[in-house]
Write a protein that binds this ligand. Structure first.
Ligand SMILES: *Cc1c(COP(=O)(O)O)cnc(C)c1O
Length: 459
């Protein structure tokens, strides 16, 4: 007999139980995340400074450290109803396979065409662009989840969507590109020849296959130089964590409805948006001293911003057209090794999570990619879902924690974020299945090269 014998395998909220306001974790933080600063003046960015880049309402959300609950607009809530509430699943088959006394639950965000949680913020961002009367938005995408999500959201609201896609992904991952085009997006391989920064990067690094940091620079330039356009970003920013709090709010509501008390909450961390969203309401309780949870961020050993990065101001992009953010960073010139297959390759981290980590409210660990795919395979075989490589970082850690419980006999309750599905990552699965996948951990010298690109500021 276990304490969770009487709950369903999949715990759904009713449609009318979807939260109607996002929760802003900054409102409960004593040490607020450091503001974005202007690279020239080093002064915190003001509303007017950001206006050429972002939509007005999204800037307000970015700067708002105080409002606790932000109402979700009806148009966004209606769209959420197409694929939300997402299920909180009791991973009984995984528990059985591991023969662990631990209880494992996962919140699955892969049940929409974009295949990930990114649609939660994309639809909000497209809504505010539409409301402002804009013609369209620009963005970047790496493997394509964010670009796909924003394409879907823009198509819903009748906005143009221009996506700069990292060239190597554009060429090697044509399928997501075609999903974006199906939703009407204009997809350009980056670095391209249609922006100044793209031409510069192409001239300096002939034959380059691009990077996320470089695609961001191009998308921002395209937005500020095209009337009626703004730029939208799928992670890292405070506004994105705000929108993603829907994941955590639903999780918490399901926990309350079904009597689940988590001890450990785990999420993978690229720019920090899914993890930030999942933990927000739980972190709020922790910050207010109402409850305690062990919160763990999992990142790839090949791109270890939290575990080996520096907590300093750095540029958000390679081309240095974006503002600077104080965050755990590997340096804006850091490019993860080419053998790194599993996503999560951004050099920096959400300023909110960076502050919470610096203040000791959460932990971080790094895992190697073959161990991640071993976990993905185990999970797929027993729970039936083919997980995204990114999500599988969290699966790895959840399995490791459950195995620790097996040693100690502890009956801990673990919740992890299953952010998406892996149907577009089959080249990585192929390498794993063929036994040709390798692990790469950057040496201290490798990291020094990235750190050398961090601006030396007198702050
Ligand atoms: C983008 C993505 C991530 C990582 O981004 P975060 O902003 O750190 O959440 C994780 N999982 C999936 C499936 C993604 O698409």
């Amino acid at each position: 007999m276990s304490k969770y014998d009487n709950i369903p395998y999949k715990m759904y909220l009713d449609e009318n139980e979807i939260p109607t306001a996002w929760y802003n974790v900054r409102s409960d933080m004593k040490n607020k995340p450091a503001p974005l600063i202007h690279p020239g003046t080093l002064q915190p960015l003001k509303f007017e400074d950001m206006q050429p880049i972002f939509c007005d309402e999204l800037i307000r959300q970015e700067l708002d450290n105080d409002t606790k609950y932000v109402p979700i607009p009806d148009e966004v809530l209606n769209f959420y109803k197409m694929y939300r509430p997402s299920p909180l699943t009791h991973a009984v088959f995984l528990e059985k396979m591991l023969d662990t006394p631990a209880h494992i639950f996962y919140k699955f965000e892969g049940n929409n065409t974009s295949g990930s949680h990114k649609l939660n913020s994309a639809i909000a961002q497209a809504y505010y662009a539409k409301k402002q009367g804009l013609k369209g938005v620009t963005t970047e995408t790496g493997a394509g989840q964010w670009g796909t999500a924003l394409s879907m959201a823009c198509s819903y609201f009748g906005l143009d969507c221009k996506v700069y896609m990292v060239k190597v992904s554009y060429e090697q991952k044509p399928f997501r590109r075609e999903v974006m085009r199906t939703y009407g997006a204009n997809v350009t391989p980056s670095p391209s020849m249609d922006t100044e920064i793209g031409r510069k990067i192409n001239a300096e690094h002939p034959g380059t296959t691009g990077s996320l940091g470089c695609a961001i620079s191009e998308a921002v330039e395209a937005a500020v130089s095209t009337p009626g356009y703004r730029y939208e970003l799928g992670s890292v920013l405070n506004q994105v964590l705000l929108h993603q709090s829907i994941i955590g709010l639903e999780t918490k509501a399901a926990c309350e409805k079904f009597g689940i008390k988590p001890d450990i909450i785990i999420g993978c961390a690229g720019g920090g948006s899914n993890l930030g969203g999942l933990i927000s309401p739980f972190m709020g309780e922790k910050l207010r001293g109402e409850a305690d949870y062990q919160i763990i961020a999992i990142e790839p050993a090949s791109c270890p911003s939290f575990t080996r990065g520096r907590y300093v101001y750095d540029f958000a992009d390679t081309g240095k057209v974006c503002p600077m953010a104080k965050m755990y960073t590997l340096g804006h010139d850091f490019i993860p090794s080419a053998n790194h297959a599993g996503g999560l390759r951004y050099h920096g981290m959400s300023p909110i999570l960076s502050q919470l980590y610096a203040d000791g409210y959460m932990e971080a660990r790094s895992v190697e990619q073959t161990a991640v795919f071993e976990a993905a395979e185990k999970f797929a075989r027993v729970e039936g879902i083919l997980p995204a490589p990114e999500s599988s970082h969290a699966i790895r850690a959840a399995i490791d924690e459950a195995l620790k419980c097996k040693e100690t006999g502890e009956e801990k309750t673990i919740i992890f974020g299953l952010t998406g599905t892996g149907y577009f990552d089959l080249t990585a699965y192929e390498a794993f299945n063929n036994g040709t996948m390798t692990d790469y951990i950057p040496s201290d010298e490798d990291l020094e090269k990235g750190f050398a690109s961090i601006p030396k500021l007198d702050l």
